[in-house]
Design a protein around this ligand. Structure first.
Ligand SMILES: NC(=O)c1ccc[n+]([C@@H]2O[C@H](COP(=O)([O-])OP(=O)(O)OC[C@H]3O[C@@H](n4cnc5c(N)ncnc54)[C@H](OP(=O)(O)O)[C@@H]3O)[C@@H](O)[C@H]2O)c1
Length: 308
């Protein structure tokens, strides 16, 4: 099978391409800023002509659409850029899938919800995004649903993966501790579902192969605040009692884009179908930290033993 992956050089794209190739399929990656040694084709999804040409040349049997402007604050500061990439860009990819008559897999986000719920959101809750990123990703979902019959939309939680290419929270905290920081502040009034890229891809593929099209929530088991995640990181790094994690309100870190209070998702449809095999975020975090530290930094025997 030939598979086209947009956003192939990103955090999730790297893991997905690795998995597709391991399964014996051919990947044509497309990304906007490719390094010279990147096997991906340099394609900007905002350029419909270039994207259509690339899609026609690669003749995919299926398209995975991951490319997005994922910088939530940049989206807030430049809404036109956000909508051009996440809404129009997604419409372009969906039009290519329509023309080639192939299924599309679109990765979306918990940011489509307003966060006012006190528990995790299910597929049956109504979206109502409160920031530009969420609105532009929801517009992408709507374009996919409007233009295609055969599609999957997977909403992921807070993504973790790829270690050095992980631009998000976990790697930043690990790096601070490795740099010798002993006082860490982490927000305790925002909640999400940490979702590890390898767990996500491993669980997404059987659903895609089942041909049971539609919208799914796919995130790690459990809900956590940034503070709880930071505390777990310290524990898993075995950094000792001298690293203190202090809970702070999100007002301590003023940011351009408002964040929903609750971004946790429940994989409700997969629960109902008996197909929810996603792992707990704590188990995944421990494995992620120990596996990656082992390659870059020596870890103590006690940490290594905990992954066995
Ligand atoms: N990260 C999360 O916490 C999270 C959570 C839920 C859902 N998601 C969704 O999951 C998908 C993958 O996210 P990720 O975490 O892997 O993000 P990522 O690392 O930022 O990957 C996205 C990739 O898309 C590329 N891209 C941006 N604009 C493009 C354009 N116009 N044309 C072609 N490629 C473009 C990016 O390139 P540059 O880096 O050069 O811009 C990047 O390589 C996204 O659709 C995102 O909305 C992410």
């Amino acid at each position: 099978m030939n598979v086209l992956v947009t956003g192939s050089s990103g955090m999730l794209g790297t893991e997905l391409c690795r998995r597709i190739q391991r399964d014996g399929h051919t990947v044509a990656g497309a990304d906007v800023n490719c390094a010279p040694d990147d096997p991906a084709g340099a394609v900007d999804i905002r350029d419909f002509t270039a994207l259509s040409r690339f899609a026609a040349d690669t003749r995919p049997d299926m398209i995975f659409h991951l490319a997005a402007e994922t910088n939530v604050d940049l989206c807030e500061q430049n809404p036109d850029h956000a909508f051009q990439t996440n809404a129009l860009g997604t419409e372009h990819v969906a039009l290519c899938a329509q023309k080639l008559d192939v299924p599309l897999v679109y990765i979306s986000t918990a940011a489509v919800f307003d966060g006012s719920k006190s528990e995790a959101y299910t597929e049956y809750d109504a979206p109502n995004p409160i920031n530009v990123y969420g609105r532009s990703k929801l517009a992408g979902e709507e374009a996919v649903g409007r233009l295609l019959r055969r599609y999957f939309i997977f909403r992921a939680g807070w993504m973790v993966g790829g270690w050095e290419i992980d631009k998000k929270f976990v790697y930043k905290i690990v790096q601070q501790i490795l740099d010798g920081k002993r006082e860490i502040q982490a927000v305790d009034d925002k909640f999400g579902s940490p979702t590890f890229t390898d767990d996500f891809v491993r669980n997404m593929m059987p659903i895609v192969q089942s041909g049971r099209f539609g919208l799914y929530h796919l995130c790690g088991k459990g809900c956590a605040s940034r503070y709880e995640i930071a505390r777990q990181i310290v524990k898993d790094m075995d950094a000792g009692l001298d690293v203190n994690v202090a809970p702070v309100p999100s007002s301590a870190f003023p940011l351009p884009a408002p964040r929903p209070r609750m971004e946790a998702l429940r994989n409700h449809k997969l629960d109902l179908l008996g197909m929810n095999q996603m792992q707990s975020w704590r188990d995944n975090l421990r494995r992620y930290i120990v596996e990656n530290l082992k390659h870059t930094h020596p870890v103590s025997d006690s940490v290594a033993a905990r992954t066995c």
